[in-house]
Design a protein around this ligand. Structure first.
Ligand code: ATP
Ligand code: MG
Ligand code: MG
Ligand code: MG
Length: 442
């Protein structure tokens, strides 16, 4: 067999962060403001596996495997948003205070807004969300006609929020990735239809990721509007409290209920069960709140300018990544939704100088073979060629990072009918397979 090309020799993630012990930390009284303090499982696992590295409170380096995973997640999000007509754009993060003063959110946002001045003394903020920006953009479209609506514009960008307590790794950052979409419709009825379509797309997205989210009625906060839902992933460390009726379809964030009732406000009979959740998505019907202020209008069928009906829809991209790890992983190792695992397969050749070291060349051949036979595995197979380390040690790293499949190339590979040890990390099963068996499995 020809030697594998350099690009196939993908090195596993070698950037492994030092593990932060509480004793390493200065006592500053406000522990959540210490970069890298371990506050939850996903953060610990992600730092140990070399996926993230703490920079300053609420800010992280996203290391190469994380970027791969994020890119996959964004691709799935793109598919779902574009399937309902979403068009992707990219708006500035550096936002002029003028817009925020016009909407009166410059004051309303308080300390959460990162504010700065340019060299001329003009006020700016780092975008925590983009209702003002997108509505102004649409207001500047001179020829928008009712025929072009609904208009769904979305982006995947960094958002900046000076959270009072950044913690839980990527779950609550001060700089994080969000997918935010904004819709413009001809009427309230049409806006409600768009709202429903986005909620369905979100439900589909979470189902594809294997995340069992619940959609609950939610408060509209300082975004404004009248109808709102959150997509919550049930988890012990969730900071939201959810109430779900045991009898009817009612489910809500506790923030929604004025008094401490147990009776269900919808069916008046069922008991409300409380659980904790991580807010991974949020949808809002905005009505004309922003379109009225910024004069985002379209020409209706009588050619009259008409103010558009709006909605906005957020997904926490980096939060979804960490939340998935939080709920799927074991204490020892990361488990991923298969769709967004950074790599699908890790191949472990034998240790240098071991009895079976000649099997090393078979590992190279196996990778070539896998990538040629199964095109979707191209670039998805890692060769852990740190052969100065024992297989056991590398296996531990592989289990920590959570490659869905780990293949050990050892004694079996040298036999007349070669076989390989395959560990399926999702199920924890180990099987011995021939090359054909392996292709079937993958
Ligand atoms: P939270 O209640 O957790 O503070 P939020 O209600 O302030 O979130 P939204 O304004 O609804 O957040 O933003 C849309 C989405 O962005 C959220 O549903 C969440 O998934 C994500 N998100 C919000 N704040 C953060 C953060 N600090 N770090 C990571 N993701 C976040
Ligand atoms: Mg918030
Ligand atoms: Mg919230
Ligand atoms: Mg929210």
């Amino acid at each position: 067999a020809s030697a594998p090309s350099h690009s196939r020799h993908i090195k596993p993630t070698l950037l492994v962060s030092r593990i932060y012990q509480p004793s390493n930390l200065r006592d500053v009284g406000q522990e959540s403001r210490v970069a890298g303090e371990m506050t939850c499982k996903s953060q610990r696992l992600m730092q140990q596996a070399g996926l993230i590295h703490p920079s300053n409170p609420g800010c992280y380096y996203y290391l190469p495997a994380t970027v791969r995973s994020m890119e996959k997640l964004v691709r799935v999000i793109d598919q779902e948003m574009q399937e309902i007509g979403g068009q992707k754009l990219d708006m500035p993060s550096l936002c002029s205070a003028d817009l925020w003063k016009t909407s009166e959110r410059w004051d309303l946002m308080g300390k959460e807004l990162f504010r700065l001045k340019d060299r001329h003394g003009a006020d700016y903020c780092l975008g925590p969300t983009h209702e003002e920006a997108v509505t102004t953009l649409v207001a500047h479209q001179a020829t928008l006609s009712y025929r072009q609506l609904p208009l769904l514009l979305y982006q995947v960008t960094r958002k900046f929020r000076d959270e009072p307590k950044p913690k839980f790794g990527l779950l609550r950052g001060r700089e994080f990735y969000m997918k935010d979409m904004y819709s413009f419709d001809v009427s309230k009825e049409a806006a409600y239809q768009t709202y429903e379509a986005v909620c369905q797309a979100y439900a589909k997205l979470f189902a594809r990721l294997g995340l069992r989210c619940v959609q609950v009625q939610a408060d509209t906060g300082n975004i404004g509007g009248t109808l709102s839902h959150e997509f919550q992933l049930p988890a012990d460390i969730g900071e939201d409290r959810l109430l779900v009726c045991g009898t009817c379809s009612f489910s809500a964030n506790v923030e929604m209920l004025s008094s401490d009732t147990t009776d269900c406000p919808q069916c008046k009979a069922g008991t409300l069960v409380e659980s904790k959740g991580i807010e991974v998505g949020h949808t809002f019907y905005l009505g004309k709140k922003y379109s009225h202020i910024f004069k985002a209008s379209f020409s209706n069928s009588q050619n009259k300018p008409t103010i558009a009906e709006m909605g906005c829809y957020g997904l926490g991209v980096t939060r979804i990544l960490a939340a998935a790890i939080e709920v799927m992983s074991t204490e020892e190792g990361i488990r991923w939704p298969g769709l967004i695992a950074p790599y699908q397969v890790c191949v472990l050749p034998p240790k240098k100088g071991s009895k079976v070291h000649e099997a090393a060349v078979l590992a190279d051949e196996l990778i070539l073979n896998l990538e040629e036979s199964l095109p979707r595995l191209r670039g998805e197979v890692v060769l852990d060629d740190r052969t100065q380390m024992t297989v056991g040690k590398r296996l531990k790293d592989a289990s920590r990072l959570g490659y869905p499949y780990v293949i050990i190339v050892g004694q079996g590979a040298l036999e007349e009918t070669p076989s390989f040890e395959v560990i399926c990390q999702q199920t924890g099963e180990t099987v011995f397979l021939s090359k054909d068996g392996l292709l079937d499995l993958l």
